[in-house]
Design a protein around this ligand. Structure first.
Ligand code: GAL
Length: 681
């Protein structure tokens, strides 16, 4: 039975439908704004994000504020029943600010300070920028923080990137001083005796990069940790300003899915709920299903940052404008993508953007209202139909839970270390791709998955999968050992448990630090394969290709389930199973083709006695299933992400809440079709 969560936005506790609206681009065209609002009503839009890049119009000169235009827009929207996510404008700054205070501009790793322009490129340390942001945020909060239309603060926009200016260098040194206290400790953690790079004082530290240090892996790790720390600190400064006026309005910031520049689990601690901007690359030939499970994995990662529903803050109604080839969404794809997000815990379908801009870099990006300015477009019609659907299902689904029996560990800091490891393979180790491949089987079969980093608690899951968890930190060894001991089922894969939190390799042959006791085996060496090279293994009734990384392992207590077919490690174990305490720990010593991954996942599910949410039926490829539950009902989202009609067999009768139809035996899904099946819990 699922939980019922408190509304993310208590002032308007419903599914949000709408998106970014930039009326400041249309101030000289009041009739367009009027028309837009009319069209928004027709499209069942109840929510817009305002002011994301409005700083120059809110504070055209230093300390000169102009809010009247925004007052008018907010009033008109509110009258039309449209609620507002009010943004703080720090994502892009006015000219005067950069001209008067060049320190707000970012410095790149070669020490070059940017000129004015673009966006998302300010220094996170600059006291001047922080102060100017505090002032404008406070003004906005004083003016609108208690307005009945304002339901959340949209803090900045897509925080990201790094700055190497002198202020950031000093802040980095201070961060290190606090972390290590003595320079000797830092030298040890960074293994800085290597190549005689020992530091004799914290003052010698510089950020890593193209013209400075690149050889010290621990330095890179700490630099990225610092970047997250500094960005979070910057964000806290923004939040403090708006919360000081009205602490009741929740704050969020829009994240970028699996973005590598920040460790989102840390950032997420400081906001009331998580939101994210989702732009999958739909319709790439033969890649749609892969895109779909990657997207679903990302929704689950985002949901698990706070273990509660989230807001899909941006997505596109049609085409983006920044891909090499920006495809339109084919009919049905938009509805499928948004309802799929809702199935994974989103309480919204929000788009960039409501109205297509007329000029500059995003004029070709699609919107609810295109350059035609009318409702006579396919996109507008699809958006309005979806808006009507969302209204219909909102009260049923809003606030419901996404129960999961499986956890996949997706750990950003480990990924940083992995990518920086100067390892056996410095190319093509697709960590995200591997984690999502382990997700696919569960997604297809309707088995709920939580995607968590290693700081999480795993004790309540039936299955835990830790693909290529290169770095063991956050006491993960202790947690996983206890988990398996108590009866859990664990699977790890090649190149796991190599290094500690400083990226120092674990020493010793079979050691507890490497979880050798739990897996009943130890790794002697690791071979890297060229792109076109394969090894193979025979498992069950099939032969599977192994690729990229092949560990040569020795079992101690583990049973060997499959062996390598070729090379000098032919007949060495490649899949092992170790009974430990009341549980089982599996290891796959090589990267492999997805068919073997799916086979392993089905074996784990069998072992854990978990079946898909639709019962014992076989689900065709191309289908993705997820579900939400509250105290009384379960809602099962069955989507067809392929371009072929698919039939899913059912073992009982359900109601499809999208059309109130009763479904039994078979459900036929047209390309990009979706049903939401209701049942009692
Ligand atoms: C997002 C950004 C939006 C818009 C959009 C275009 O990353 O937050 O402002 O630029 O991309 O796809």
């Amino acid at each position: 039975m699922g939980k019922k969560f408190k509304p993310l936005t208590p002032k308007y506790p419903h599914m949000l439908h709408g998106g970014d609206y930039n009326p400041d681009q249309w101030i000289d065209y009041p009739e367009i704004i009027e028309k837009d609002i009319e069209l928004m009503k027709k499209a069942h839009i109840n929510n817009v994000s305002l002011g994301i890049f409005s700083w120059a119009h809110l504070e055209p000169k230093k300390d000169v504020f102009e809010f009247e235009w925004l007052d008018k827009v907010i009033e008109k929207l509110y009258e039309a029943g449209i609620y507002i996510n009010l943004a703080t404008p720090s994502g892009a700054r006015p000219h005067w600010l950069a001209d008067e205070y060049p320190e707000v501009l970012r410095v790149d790793e070669k020490g070059v300070r940017a000129h004015f322009g673009f966006r998302h490129n300010h220094c996170m340390t600059s006291p001047v920028y922080r102060e100017r942001v505090r002032i404008i945020n406070t003004k906005l909060a004083q003016r609108y923080g208690k307005h009945p239309a304002v339901i959340m603060w949209h803090i900045s926009n897509e925080y990201g990137g790094e700055c190497h200016c002198p202020l950031c260098q000093q802040a980095f040194r201070d961060y290190l001083k606090e972390k290590y206290v003595t320079v000797e400790k830092m030298n040890h953690a960074w293994w800085a005796r290597f190549w005689s790079h020992t530091y004799s004082s914290f003052d010698e530290v510089e950020s890593p990069g193209a013209i400075s240090e690149t050889a010290i892996n621990g330095l890179w790790l700490d630099w990225w940790r610092f970047t997250t720390y500094q960005t979070t600190d910057f964000m806290k400064n923004e939040i403090a300003a708006v919360k000081a006026v009205n602490p009741e309005i929740p704050v969020t910031t829009n994240m970028m899915g699996l973005y590598d520049g920040l460790c989102y689990p840390k950032l997420a601690k400081e906001i009331d709920f998580v939101s994210w901007d989702s732009y999958p690359y739909w319709h790439v030939p033969n890649e749609n299903v892969k895109e779909a499970y990657t997207e679903s994995f990302t929704h689950d990662y985002i949901r698990c940052l706070k273990m509660k529903p989230f807001i899909l803050m941006e997505s596109t109604t049609g085409t983006v404008n920044w891909r090499p080839v920006s495809k339109m969404k084919k009919p049905g794809m938009h509805r499928l993508a948004i309802l799929n997000a809702i199935g994974h815990g989103a309480e919204s379908g929000l788009y960039f953007q409501i109205r297509q801009s007329r000029g500059s870099a995003e004029k070709m990006h699609s919107a609810v209202i295109s350059h035609t300015g009318t409702e006579n477009t396919r996109v507008f019609k699809e958006v309005s139909e979806l808006g009507a659907d969302m209204k219909k299902i909102s009260d049923l689904i809003y606030g419901s839970d996404n129960p999961a029996a499986v956890a996949i560990i997706y750990d950003k800091e480990s990924k940083w270390a992995l990518n920086q490891s100067n390892g056996p393979r410095n190319c093509g180790l697709d960590y995200d791709g591997l984690c999502t491949q382990y997700y696919k089987y569960f997604w297809q079969n309707g088995i709920g998955v939580d995607v968590l980093d290693s700081s999480a608690d795993f004790k309540d899951y039936k299955i835990v999968i830790a693909p290529m968890l290169y770095m063991y930190h956050n006491d993960i060894q202790d947690k996983l050992r206890k988990y398996v001991e108590a009866g859990g089922i664990l699977l790890s894969t090649a190149f796991s448990g190599v290094a500690d939190e400083n990226d120092l390799c674990f020493l010793g042959e079979a050691t507890d630090e490497k979880l050798s006791d739990v897996f009943g085996m130890w790794v002697e060496e690791i071979d890297a394969l060229f792109e076109e090279e394969f090894n193979e293994t025979f498992f069950g009734n099939d032969t599977y290709k192994l690729r990229e990384l092949c560990e040569v392992i020795h079992t101690t207590t583990a049973e060997t389930l499959a062996v390598y077919g070729n090379d000098y490690y032919k007949d060495f174990p490649v899949i092992t199973k170790n009974k430990y305490g009341k549980g089982i720990a599996y290891h796959i010593a090589a990267n492999c083709e997805i068919q073997l991954i799916e086979k392993m996942c089905s074996l784990l599910a069998e072992e854990a006695k978990i079946t898909g949410i639709l019962g014992n039926v076989s689900i065709p490829d191309g289908i993705g299933i997820n579900y939400r539950e509250n105290e009384a009902k379960r809602y099962i989202f069955v989507g067809n992400f392929s371009d072929k009609e698919k039939t899913v067999s059912l073992s009982k009768t359900y109601t499809n809440i999208l059309n109130d139809g009763v479904v039994f035996d078979d459900v036929k899904l047209e390309p990009y079709g979706i049903v939401i099946l209701e049942e009692d819990v």
